[in-house]
Design a binder for this molecule. Structure first.
Ligand code: MSP
Length: 497
């Protein structure tokens, strides 16, 4: 099986999860689930970023020890994964020994290759972004991101980022897909072309971090520490990490593309490790037209959403509504509309109409079909025929098109029910009714295979009703068994006002 490696950013544990975190994790989950169904050997990683000044401060505000603080908040991110039905294979925390060892090893590699030197940093630092800013980037006394900045002046180790400007440009010229979408790639290239300055990679005035090997007065810059999680979770520096590493896809929000596409590949090249295969930056959600913020208290809590609407509904909306890569707005009205239109009315109704009809009128048994018409055959062949399109929507990160394409088939299914009228055939032509019901059940069975990456809960329910145990894409090639007893189908999706 071909290895496949996908990662979410590791989340800061200064606060509980919100829609932004849920979105990144969910996008990765859809891709990971699809690849597993498609026969890949998938490794899907998420976790928490637990060091640095931001976390140290958040713990201090609560008056708790940073370790106790991160232990607690990290749990809420594990919980988020569970609640959203995210199928990560591992959950890494930067406070774990396996991670600290890996970062310290990487540091030593950078020392050995002559990429680190001791100097003095004097400049601006934004704790919220955990980022250094140049004087000319400061706008009205703030970071370009709007974050508060403070002036720091202290002895610091530097990474020779300036030496990697040309190698990075060369690398991206050879690997045009390494940064996606294209607009982000251009943004990164412009930044690199603008000139790279050496990067401060240690802090003296901070205690909450991974100690610099051989100099206990310094802890590592939190981004060097955090980025290395993608390697430490694969067992780096032990042999064997390359198996997945060579296929790495980092999914990130647009705000952290520079860390992933400039600093990270430079650190890696300097340590003689290949850069990640792809970094994809997705857009940001606003809520009812406003930026999410603490002062507005308008964050969408994934746990509350799932409690109220179920994991599938929240997953479906986030994935379907926003053109993947673009910014979008979460509006309650749009959310409810989607659930009612696409889930309850279109998909739910198709399943309910057909399966309840069979349950009630056919003694809960999949009927034996007669001769299939061309239309029947065409309908049953649609899901398998869609697979190449779905594959390309996943491989090209057009995640919103995934559901869109499947819903066209669901639409066809509903039109077919309306045209064939199985309830009328019951009296007029029972044999034809059997063929129609069989055709529809087979369609539903296959659609449930395709919808698994987005709607794992509903898909599992449909498969259970239809007694289908295995659910990978090979199931698109088998036929539904006539005479199969089905369980009582319960409504899959609620309707909301
Ligand atoms: N800890 C760093 C990442 C280190 S990776 C080596 C970090 N963490 S974060 O918790 O602040 O953000 C994690 C992810 O959530 C980012 O990809 C970010 O873009 C995403 N989002 C945060 N708010 C968001 C929205 N409002 N909308 C969509 N995604 C956003 O950055």
């Amino acid at each position: 099986m071909k290895p496949f490696y996908i990662t979410t950013p590791i989340y800061y544990v200064n606060d509980k999860p919100h829609i932004g975190h849920a979105y990144t994790s969910l996008a990765c989950d859809v891709i990971a689930r699809f690849k597993r169904l498609d026969g890949f050997d998938v490794r899907f990683l998420t976790g928490t970023d637990e060091h640095g000044q931001k976390i140290e401060k958040a713990a201090a505000v609560k008056g708790v020890d940073p370790q106790d603080f991160v232990d607690e908040v990290s749990q809420s991110f594990r919980q988020m994964s569970k609640i959203l039905d995210i199928t990560n294979d591992d959950f890494i925390r930067t406070t774990e020994p396996r991670h600290k060892n890996a970062v310290q090893h990487l540091w030593k590699q950078l020392i050995e290759s002559g990429n680190i030197y001791l100097g003095e940093y004097a400049g601006w630092y934004a704790v919220r972004d955990e980022a250094f800013y140049q004087e000319d980037e400061i706008v009205d006394g703030k970071a370009p991101t709007g974050a508060e900045v403070e002036w720091i002046k202290e002895s610091s180790y530097f990474f020779k980022l300036s030496a990697w400007q040309q190698p990075l440009l060369d690398y991206y010229a050879k690997h045009p897909d390494a940064i996606q979408p294209e607009s982000r790639r251009n943004e990164v290239l412009r930044f690199i072309e603008g000139g790279l300055k050496d990067l401060s990679i240690s802090r003296r005035t901070l205690k909450w971090g991974v100690p610099v090997p051989g100099d206990a007065d310094h802890v590592m810059y939190v981004w060097l520490d955090a980025l290395t999680n993608y390697l430490s979770a694969l067992g780096y520096p032990n042999d064997g990490y390359q198996k997945y590493w060579d296929h790495a896809i980092h999914m990130v929000g647009k705000d952290i593309i520079r860390f992933h596409s400039v600093y990270w590949p430079a650190f890696l090249m300097a340590a003689n490790i290949t850069p990640p295969k792809t970094v994809f930056a997705h857009g940001w959600w606003t809520v009812e037209g406003e930026k999410m913020s603490k002062s507005l208290g308008n964050a969408i809590d994934p746990v509350e959403m799932v409690d109220t609407y179920g994991a599938d509904a929240f997953r479906y909306f986030l994935l379907r509504d926003l053109s993947f890569g673009q910014d979008g707005d979460f509006s309650k009205t749009m959310f409810i509309n989607r659930l009612n239109t696409d889930l309850a009315n279109a998909y739910g109704n198709l399943c309910q109409r057909v399966l309840s009809f069979i349950y009630k009128n056919e003694d809960a048994t999949i009927p034996t079909p007669g001769e299939f018409s061309d239309e029947d055959k065409a309908l049953m062949a649609m899901p398998a025929a869609l697979l190449p399109t779905l594959r390309s929507s996943i491989d090209n990160f057009h995640l919103h098109r995934y559901a869109e394409a499947i819903w066209q088939i669901i639409g066809e299914g509903n039109r077919y029910v309306d045209a064939q009228k199985p309830w009328a055939l019951k009296k007029e032509d029972p044999a034809r009714m059997n063929t129609v019901l069989y055709t529809l059940s087979d369609l539903i069975r296959q659609v449930a295979v395709l919808t698994q990456p987005i709607l794992p809960v509903a898909s599992a329910k449909i498969s259970a009703v239809l007694g289908q145990k295995k659910n990978d894409f090979s199931m698109l090639e088998v036929v539904l068994k006539s005479g199969l007893k089905i369980d009582e189908p319960l409504p899959l999706f609620a309707k909301y006002v």
